[in-house]
Design a protein around this ligand. Structure first.
Ligand code: SAM
Length: 334
């Protein structure tokens, strides 16, 4: 994880941790031994095995839960690894924690779970035993490894589920998109459903359940880390803005490099993240410190999500209604 392990190109902005930073960052995260007797988990990043500490987290505390679990693939996550297994065993693995996670969801809360084609049908089965599935988002990831004897794996599913289908929060206005207009249609000489601007013709659209405007983080992005399956801040921002309010608590039980905590903080939500690997937690802690001064989310500007490669169009700033969360991260109250 430290830079000395890798030679990187000059323009590579991948976030790393130096040996000198470690002790300060360790003070920013909680460890299993800090948990006993603790009742308030607001704005905490916890380095622990989920199975060891989930019972300490108060029930119904989370307004939004984002789950990006190990998929049913053999994958090394720094100090730990996940071995691909049979569908049946993966289902058993999901069951071993999912109902406990659901207990942490507020009665009117929402939950998202990410998966690929190999595991998402199993996730669907397990989620629907506990919650009502509202939708499946398909994310065209735009980056995947080519294969000579198969189609490139280029998409993921994100299941959207709620506890109470008649009482959940969804703010579509917070996740509208701005796209370039390819064929600008006019009625009586006036733009129909699009606007002219000095930077080009733009249409505001409702977000669908097919997302083709988000890449995975790559080396030229400041949010990038060496985590092998890091989600991009733009993707997580859509989930958080649509399904939580200011000050709500966002819980991520497999938080990896801290993305959902970082985005929650940037968008003025409280957060709770659990991650088994210490180095990933330290990266998350470093990103949370940066988020105190830098609340930018690449691809989200002026209150809208923008299509890819539209930086020159994104002149507007984020709406003033979004204020980063009050900073409990700096409090060493644990
Ligand atoms: C798919 S990754 C999540 C990546 C994350 N969304 C991000 O943006 O960085 C899953 C994470 O779960 C962690 N993990 C696996 N088993 C765990 C457990 N029992 N308790 C806590 N974390 C675990 C892995 O170390 C890995 O970082």
């Amino acid at each position: 994880m430290e830079d000395r392990k890798k030679n990187r190109a000059d323009r590579n902005r991948t976030l790393t941790i130096s040996a000198e930073e470690i002790s300060n960052l360790r003070n920013k995260i909680l460890y299993s031994h800090d948990i006993n007797g603790k009742t308030n988990f607001e704005n905490c990043l916890i380095n622990a095995n989920l199975f060891d500490i989930i019972d300490y987290i108060p029930n119904e505390c989370a307004n939004l839960i984002i789950i990006d679990p190990p998929y049913n693939l053999s994958k090394k996550f720094n100090s730990s690894s996940f071995a691909a297994t049979s569908d049946k065993k993966y289902e058993t693995y999901l069951r071993s924690w999912f109902s406990k996670i659901c207990m942490k969801l507020a009665p009117n809360g929402s939950l998202y779970m990410c998966g690929d084609w190999k595991c998402s049908f199993i996730q669907q089965k397990v989620i629907s035993e506990q919650l009502t599935i509202i939708n499946r988002i398909t994310w065209q990831r735009e980056k995947g490894r080519g294969a000579n004897s198969n189609w490139k794996n280029n998409m993921e599913d994100i299941w959207f589920a709620v506890k109470s289908p008649k009482d959940y929060y969804f703010n579509v206005d917070a996740v509208k998109m701005k796209r370039r207009v390819i064929a600008p249609y006019r009625e009586n000489g006036k733009p129909k459903d699009w606007e002219e601007s000095e930077n080009g013709n733009i249409r505001i659209t409702y977000p669908s359940n097919f997302w083709d405007d988000i890449s995975i983080p790559f080396w030229s992005m400041p949010e990038n880390t060496d985590h092998p399956t890091q989600k991009s801040e733009k993707l997580i921002a859509k989930l958080i803005l649509a399904s939580s309010k200011h000050d709500d608590l966002v819980f991520d039980p497999f938080v990896g490099s801290g993305t959902s905590c970082v985005v929650a903080k940037k968008l003025g939500r409280r957060y709770l993240g659990i991650e088994i690997d210490e180095e990933y937690c330290l990266l998350g802690a470093k990103r949370l410190i940066s988020a105190e001064s830098d609340t930018e989310i690449q691809g989200y500007s002026g209150g809208f999500f923008w299509e890819r490669n539209s930086l020159n169009l994104q002149k507007e700033k984020r709406p003033t209604s979004i204020i980063p969360s009050r900073d409990l991260f700096n409090n060493t109250n644990y």
